[in-house]
Write a protein that binds this ligand. Structure first.
Ligand code: 5GP
Ligand code: ZN
Length: 105
């Protein structure tokens, strides 16, 4: 999608603080974080929402959450995914947050 901000980030057309990436996913910092750790887990391919993503990508997103928790040595994380009118950016993403308490690290 040419006009989509997360497609542009995935293709490195606009900058973002990328944490990690895989063949199918890119993880970058939310630029308006609401937690000390606030990452967005984003498929590189454009899917508008859960309504049109395949199960194999969802499994990869789950695996990415667990990899992030392990690599960042987190004891806790919280995920949020918006859909419909709650979703501002119409490119599927999961908010991955942590660090609300110092014991999280
Ligand atoms: P949602 O679509 O789930 O409501 O939220 C979209 C999220 O994307 C917001 O938390 C917002 O701060 C983040 N966001 C929007 N545009 C950009 C951007 O250009 N770069 C980054 N890093 N985050 C963005
Ligand atoms: Zn997109």
């Amino acid at each position: 999608m040419t006009d989509c901000i997360f497609c542009k980030i995935a293709r490195k057309k606009i900058p973002a603080e990328v944490i990690t990436e895989s063949e199918d996913l890119v993880v970058f910092k939310d630029n308006q974080p609401n937690a000390p750790i606030h990452y967005l887990i984003v498929p590189k391919k454009h899917y508008e929402s859960f309504s049109d993503v395949s199960d194999d990508i969802l499994i990869k997103m789950k695996e990415m959450m667990l990899t992030l928790a392990k690599e960042k040595e987190l004891k806790a994380f919280r995920i949020v995914a918006n859909w419909g009118d709650y979703q501002a950016v119409k490119h599927l993403h999961i908010h991955f947050t942590s660090g609300f308490k110092k014991e999280d690290y």
